[in-house]
Design a protein around this ligand. Structure first.
Ligand code: FES
Length: 210
């Protein structure tokens, strides 16, 4: 089973094509935000036509995307899982595969920085964001990003890579202790700013200048 999130499709599509060539039993699940963020690929179309790939568009709300519980919670004898994608996506999958044998799990992060070093350890936890200007508070679930939570609550937030390397989602924070997971900010920037597409919070509450 292959599961790709966003740009994580790149390595997994190559693997899927190889598996198809070998006549192997496999399925590729590809999660993308929407049609515009979905790669255009004849290879992928071919796999879909063969019933070997499925695309999921969540339009920014993970609850509209792939049903991970249903798809991967139960380990089936002999099955191997390969997954690749951004941090929140990886955490959501790891959360569902605690009963899988470790040697049947294979993954690669497609964002440069993560605190998740081991399966079952240091998984994302939920926290609160407090919006200083709007005087609102929202919960950020373990399997969603700050941006996901804001969008769910009808905030428009501009973003691009959603993996912590373009800087588009730069946001000032005023309190709490961020868990910086981007590859853009230097140490000085990190004292005032956070990239809310990928970074999280080490403190129970993070105050954003929104
Ligand atoms: S959208 Fe690119 S760093 Fe957040």
């Amino acid at each position: 089973m292959l599961i790709a999130g966003g740009i994580g499709i790149t390595p997994l599509l190559a693997m899927a094509s190889e598996l198809k060539m070998r006549g192997a039993d496999f399925h590729l699940h590809y999660c993308a935000r929407n049609q515009n963020k979905t790669i255009q690929s004849n290879e992928l179309m071919e796999l879909i036509n063969y019933g070997k790939a499925t695309i999921y568009h969540d339009n920014g709300d993970p609850s509209n995307g792939i049903d991970l519980k249903k798809t991967i919670r139960n380990y089936e004898e002999g099955r191997h899982l390969y997954f690749c994608g951004p941090t929140g996506f990886m955490a959501a999958i790891k959360n569902e595969i605690k009963d899988w044998p470790l040697d049947h799990i294979h993954y690669e992060h497609f964002s440069a920085v993560s605190q998740e070093q081991n399966l079952g350890k240091n998984l994302n936890t939920e926290f609160l964001i407090s919006l200083n200007r709007s005087k609102l508070k929202f919960k950020v679930e373990a399997n969603e990003s700050i941006i996901d939570s804001l969008r769910k609550n009808n905030f428009f937030i501009e973003s691009s890579c959603e993996e912590g390397y373009c800087g588009t989602c730069l946001t000032r924070y005023l309190g709490g202790e961020p868990d910086h997971r981007d590859t853009v900010l230097n140490e000085k920037d990190k004292k005032d700013f956070i990239l809310i597409c990928c970074s999280r919070s080490n403190s129970p509450e993070l105050v954003l200048d929104l």
